[in-house]
Design a protein around this ligand. Structure first.
Ligand code: F6P
Length: 376
């Protein structure tokens, strides 16, 4: 097996707490223990396209464990679809391969979520030695139990729900907290349970606003004239879910470029029409319950700041394991958590899937058992 001398690392997709802890863990093991060189590429895959990098030597790895964000910067760029001068797109995957070869890299560590794994899978196909780590506050990366950043975001969202309780109670209001998570409900569900939300709405369970209102009215009848609703940004009423299902079926059936373009446009229009859906939910609930409703959108607060102990520990376990994967020549793999174990899973499989909340998941059962309405 070839002796490892130099490796690269990048962070891509939305930032999340614990990224720096992961970079540090890779660096301390690769540079500190094995004497390899480590190059950090700036702003995700863009740094590899533009050959924009920084040397991560021992001095460059200090003070990172508790730092939020990513010292390398990040972007959501897709190398195979970069903007071109004529307003279209061009495939820059070749530029990445060249940068990898120019730096004589023996491996590249890619830290990211779903989009990053799609990009990484293309690089694996081009023959690059890639090891990846799962990171996203959404916890929706396939084939891993956990992702770097989820626990911190869960803690922040839970604290927000705790704080919203006292003001909702004092003003006899419905307070709807919109929580991130893209198309998955892990954050809204987890924080909703931990923060004692009365209603939790997730993308995986289409809701009926009348049932949500009925749950809130029942609470009022029993003397609790306020309610906390934890709503995932991707949650939707049944009517939206039906429309989406239809559009997705059309997309899957599309055979020609024209058909594919049309269904893509229809899906984008559907997405656009949903802007402000949490505000609409608030006014519908006001009408149906005669209680005042307010919306708090947690937004980027959930992604910022110091990582939790859990995320520091997870990032350190995953980052150090990534280096051991490289030493062992286990390429094309993501280091995943499975219970207490760390296992390797093919990046190609991760790229093709997304981990949403299964209908029979224990968190759903627990929420129902404590009397939380899931709007269905
Ligand atoms: O994937 C993490 C995430 O924070 C999602 O929860 C959210 O939908 C999205 O990123 C926001 O993306 P952006 O940072 O591009 O606005």
């Amino acid at each position: 097996m070839k002796r490892i001398q130099r490796i690269g690392i990048l962070t891509a997709g939305g930032d999340s707490p614990g990224l720096n802890a992961a970079i540090r863990a890779v660096g301390k093991t690769a540079v500190g223990q094995y004497g390899w060189e480590l190059i950090g590429f700036r702003d995700g895959f863009l740094g590899m396209i533009e050959d924009h990098w920084v040397d991560l030597d021992k001095r460059g790895l200090v003070g990172m464990l508790t730092l939020g964000g990513t010292v390398l910067g990040t972007s959501r760029d897709k190398p195979h679809r970069m903007p071109s001068e004529d307003g279209g797109t061009k495939d820059m995957t070749g530029a990445i391969v060249k940068t990898y070869r120019r730096h004589k890299l023996d491996a590249l560590v890619c830290i990211g979520g779903g989009g990053t794994h799609k990009n990484a899978a293309r690089l694996v196909e081009k023959g690059l030695n890639i090891v990846s780590l799962p990171k996203t506050i959404d916890n929706d990366v396939a084939l891993t139990d956990d992702t770097i950043g989820f626990d911190t975001a869960l803690g922040i969202a839970t604290e927000v729900l705790d704080r919203l309780h006292s003001t909702a109670h004092s003003h006899h209001r419905i307070i709807i907290a919109e929580i991130m998570g893209h198309r998955a409900g892990w954050l809204a569900l987890g924080a909703g349970i931990a923060g004692g939300a009365d209603v939790i709405l997730v993308p995986e369970i289409a809701y009926d606003v009348k049932k949500v209102a009925a749950a809130i009215r029942r609470r009022s009848e029993h003397g609790s004239n306020f309610s906390i609703v934890s709503v995932a940004e991707g949650a939707m009423p049944k009517s939206d879910a039906l429309q989406l299902e239809k559009l997705l079926k059309q997309r899957d059936k599309a055979r020609t470029d024209e058909e594919r373009k049309k269904t893509k446009q229809a899906l984008a229009a559907w997405d656009k029409a949903r802007a402000g859906h949490t505000m609409r939910l608030a006014s519908q609930l006001e009408e149906l319950t005669h209680l005042e409703a307010r919306v708090t959108i947690l937004g980027y607060v959930q992604r910022g700041g110091t990582p939790s102990c859990h995320d520091r520990l997870l990032a350190t376990r995953l980052g150090t394991a990534a280096v051991e994967f490289i030493r062992a020549g286990k390429f094309g793999q993501m280091v995943a958590t499975r219970g207490d174990e760390l296992v390797g899973v093919p990046i190609s499989k991760v790229a093709k899937n997304i981990k949403t909340v299964p209908a029979d998941h224990g968190w759903i059962a627990a929420a129902r058992r404590v009397g939380t309405s899931l709007g269905d």
